[in-house]
Design a protein around this ligand. Structure first.
Ligand code: P6P
Length: 298
């Protein structure tokens, strides 16, 4: 099935090597439901399944000589793979791991960068391919390569190609994260209350990939996770969470900005574990948020 996607041979090999990770993760989940002793670079206690997922991904990358280096949420430092490789592969091996013992959906998200450009040019010029697995009832695989979006679903009965629609300008649902801000950010509070009163449905899954996959599947909505005093640049991770999901949905006419109003894909990263805020989704809703909450008028 992956050979039907219009990808260079190397990128097809990358996906083929990773395609079994979601089902291998499903098979292992019941064994790894507790916390590990590891604290990741973001100061968060890793779950045992985070570390298992990280090992699964790393093992799947062995032999791919076009990968120069990898950066994982579960690895403090860059891991060098092949001196002559062209690409930096960044990934979160298990997004939403705090939900695993509630049997909620989780995600694995990847961004493949030109390793020579990634810290020198805007993300839209260094990002080669973004993709995520959404591990729910089925496995969903969303891929952006050259702004061509592919959506596959698979479990045990083979692959199914799913339609992908552009994101509607108007949102009909809202995923407001970091709600502790409501006690200090009256603009954010007033915005959320007014949008709910206007009829937007609250849909928040506390897993970025689930939230983004819901927004993409419904072809509209807005996801919000602003920065705060504890995470002055935001809690999410730019290179392996915010950039790939922005790369995917912006190819479907969505907008994706940070708390300063900058387009995510215009940013030039400075380090592999750089944090970011994220406001993304239906373009007119993001514009409304920019005006009402960020107080930035176009
Ligand atoms: P909160 C998951 O831990 C994560 O990194 C993202 O996937 C998600 O968007 C966010 O944190 C959820 O944060 O504060 O709602 O638990």
């Amino acid at each position: 099935m992956l050979s039907n996607i219009n990808l260079p041979f190397e990128l097809q090999r990358l996906l083929e090597n990773l395609i079994a990770v979601p089902n291998n993760l499903r098979a292992a989940t019941s064994k790894y439901l507790s916390e590990s002793s590891n604290v990741n670079v973001h100061g968060e206690q890793s779950m045992q399944l985070d570390l298992f997922a990280n090992d699964l991904v790393k093992e799947s990358l062995v032999g791919l000589d076009f990968i120069h280096s990898i950066a994982s949420e579960e690895e403090d430092e860059l891991i060098y793979m092949n001196t002559n490789g062209k690409y930096l592969l960044c990934f979160d091996p298990l997004d939403g791991s705090s939900l695993i013992n509630t049997n909620q959906a989780v995600g694995i998200v990847f961004a493949l960068y030109d390793k020579d450009k990634v810290f020198n040019v805007p993300l839209k010029e260094s990002l080669i391919m973004s993709f995520y697995f959404h591990i729910g009832k089925n496995n969903s695989l969303l891929i952006n390569y050259k702004d061509n979006i592919t959506h596959l679903e698979y479990l045990d009965d083979g692959f199914h190609v799913k339609d992908v629609n552009t994101i509607n300008e108007d949102a009909n649902n809202i995923a407001p994260g970091n709600l502790k801000l409501l006690s200090t950010n009256t603009r954010y509070k007033d915005y959320i209350l007014s949008r709910l009163e206007s009829g937007l449905k609250l849909r928040y899954f506390a897993c970025l990939i689930s939230d983004i996959h819901f927004l993409l599947s419904k072809a509209g909505g807005i996801f919000i996770y602003l920065n705060d005093d504890k995470h002055v640049n935001g809690k999410l991770r730019l290179l392996y969470e915010v950039a790939p999901v922005s790369h995917i949905i912006c190819a479907l006419n969505a907008k994706s900005i940070n708390h300063t109003g900058q387009n995510i894909l215009d940013l030039i990263p400075s380090n592999i574990h750089q944090n970011s805020s994220l406001v993304a989704g239906s373009s007119s809703e993001v514009d409304l948020f920019t005006e009402l909450v960020l107080n930035i008028k176009e």
